[in-house]
Design a protein around this ligand. Structure first.
Ligand code: NG1
Ligand code: MG
Length: 544
């Protein structure tokens, strides 16, 4: 299984990138980073840690509910030249972090062992009902988006797992020097945050000699916990894509009952032009540090409470302190907790569950049943918990703000999106097994699923925004097979499936149609809209 493989450590870029042209282009960038490192820190780096961004092809806002998603790593990435520090005291674990981009100022910090009181670590872990004993403190300011927060987040997992005195470790982390550079645009839905977190974790792991024996799946779990320290209660989509992906394939990643990932090549018909994915940034920046309580974290809470309410409607056993997801409720209802999900299972959930939830609240005049939200008071009543219990289980670890909470729309999004992921996968797998040439119809089928996903994100999950909706319409008009929002949303990027021989024309049309692109320089435009191939996941390059 892809998730059980070790994290690759290469000794040359040619090993890491079998495509020679790519390796040659990247070599310039890597060498420059190494030279800059020497200039800044006065010694050579020992490794380069690299983690890519990702584009989620389909399966949006369902990873934290534990349904499978279908992402691919992109070529854009974060790379970190790193080495043990020669200036900081041995065993201090101190960090000097610098960035080639001058807008990110150099940072120095030292992890502190804290005794007593809940630490950021414990709070973050409590969100997942895991109780950590370690109490390393790195002082992340979750109210502000700061670049070094992701470096610190990447460090937490390594400190907690390998240097926690509470679990008997006598070891001390080595002090390190890090120099970053990145090509994933931040705040654009291509997961620069996961790339930062994963690459940072890798740098700390390899410099402390802790990489050996760690599987890709374990690194994903660690990176997921890490991201919670930045105040986002995300699922594992981004981290799994950044760590596990391989060139030429997307992955079908599943989170329940455990993390698994299956590389699946995208269909490449021979008689018709190959299709590629084009990412287009709306340039609307979604700053999660500020908006998570109205947007992302709110969706997490809405879907979690919806799962409990649904469980009660279906008379499933529920303890007051547990927090099952919609995926878990589906398994309990099916009575098959360990089994892989089939399309038929999801279809029966859609038929059986949605009418139940729709009945919860009588519609106000002129509205559709179920489309009304519930107030906080109603939500607590429907959960069957006391206010105190409810706050403890659903609100104590996350900040959310809303007048109305939506169960029906969110649940409908989750189950229909989970079904589309399985359908998308089926089209790809069937194409792979087909002998001879694939009909263009295959790409049209994938395109239709992308369009339906966008519609659902826009109207049911309500995670799009007018600019992103406009970009998807323009993409369709410019000839895309399908187009949708990718990532958390409320801004960020679209992903469109486009015939390779039409990419230039496609980009020209979008540039003409999307007003914010008209003023952009060539370079900025290339950053905003680009075609991408599925790339490889994270790795470490040992410098000799
Ligand atoms: P981005 O696009 O990185 O903000 C987020 C979550 C994912 C997933 C998607 C929506 C983080 C780190 N990632 O992605 O886990 O839930 O939204 O599908 O918050
Ligand atoms: Mg992110």
């Amino acid at each position: 299984m892809a998730a059980q493989l070790p994290i690759p450590v290469y000794t040359s870029l040619d090993q890491a990138m079998p495509d020679l042209q790519t390796a040659a282009v990247q070599a310039v960038r890597y060498n420059n980073l190494v030279e800059e490192f020497e200039k800044r820190f006065g010694h050579k780096p020992s490794y380069i840690a690299r983690a890519p961004g990702r584009v989620n092809l389909i399966g949006e806002h369902i990873d934290y509910v534990l349904f499978g998603c279908f992402p691919a790593a992109i070529e854009r990435d974060i790379i970190i030249a790193c080495g043990p520090s020669t200036s900081a005291p041995a065993g201090s674990g101190g960090v000097q972090a610098a960035n080639l981009d001058p807008k990110y100022k150099p940072q120095t910090f030292v992890p502190m062992l804290k005794t007593g009181g809940p630490t950021a670590t414990e709070e973050a872990d409590a969100a997942n009902t895991v109780h950590a004993e370690a109490s390393w403190e790195l002082d992340i300011d979750t109210r502000e988006l700061r670049w070094e927060s992701y470096v610190k987040a990447g460090y937490y997992g390594v400190l907690n797992r390998f240097f926690s005195p509470a679990s008997g470790s006598q070891e001390h982390p080595v002090p390190v020097d890090l120099l970053f550079t990145g090509s994933v645009p931040s705040g654009s839905g291509l997961s620069s945050s996961a790339a930062m977190g994963v690459a940072s974790a890798l740098a700390f792991l390899v410099l402390n000699d802790k990489l050996e024996g760690l599987s890709k799946g374990q690194l994903v779990e660690m990176a997921m916990q890490n991201e919670k320290h930045v105040g986002v209660n995300s699922g594992g989509l981004d981290q799994a894509a950044s760590v596990i992906c391989t060139p030429h394939s997307a992955i079908f990643v599943n989170f329940y009952p455990k993390l698994t990932a299956e590389p699946i090549p995208l269909p490449t018909p021979r008689t018709i032009p190959r299709a590629v994915f084009v990412c287009a940034n709306s340039l609307v920046v979604s700053d999660k540090a500020v908006t998570a309580k109205f947007h992302y974290n709110l969706r997490v809470v809405e879907t979690l409470v919806a799962a409990r309410v649904l469980g009660r409607l279906l008379n499933l056993p529920l303890t007051p302190t547990e927090r099952p997801t919609l995926r878990v409720i589906l398994s309990r209802w099916l009575g098959t907790p360990e089994a892989d999900l089939e399309k038929e299972d999801v279809k029966s959930a859609i038929e059986r569950f949605l009418p139940e939830i729709q009945k919860l609240r009588p519609p106000r005049e002129g509205r559709n049943p179920g489309e009304e939200g519930v107030t906080m008071k109603e939500m607590i009543e429907l959960s069957g918990l006391s206010e105190e219990q409810f706050n403890e289980v659903y609100l104590s670890w996350v900040e959310v703000e809303a007048e109305y909470f939506q169960f029906y729309k969110r649940t409908r999004h989750v189950f229909t999106e989970a079904l589309r992921v399985l359908e998308f996968r089926e089209v790809c797998v069937r194409a792979q097994a087909t002998e001879g040439d694939l009909p263009e119809e295959t790409l049209k089928q994938l395109g239709a699923l992308l369009d339906a996903s966008h519609e659902s994100c826009s109207t049911l999950c309500e995670s799009s925004c007018p600019e992103v909706d406009e970009l998807t319409r323009l993409a369709k008009a410019a000839g895309a097979y399908g187009s949708r929002i990718t990532g958390a949303g409320w801004g960020g990027c679209t992903v469109s499936l486009v015939a390779e021989d039409r990419v230039e024309e496609f980009i020209a049309k979008i540039k003409e149609g999307y007003a914010p692109y008209r003023e952009l320089s060539e370079e900025k435009l290339h950053d905003a809209i680009f075609a991408t191939k599925p790339s490889s996941g994270a790795f470490v390059l040992k410098l000799t």
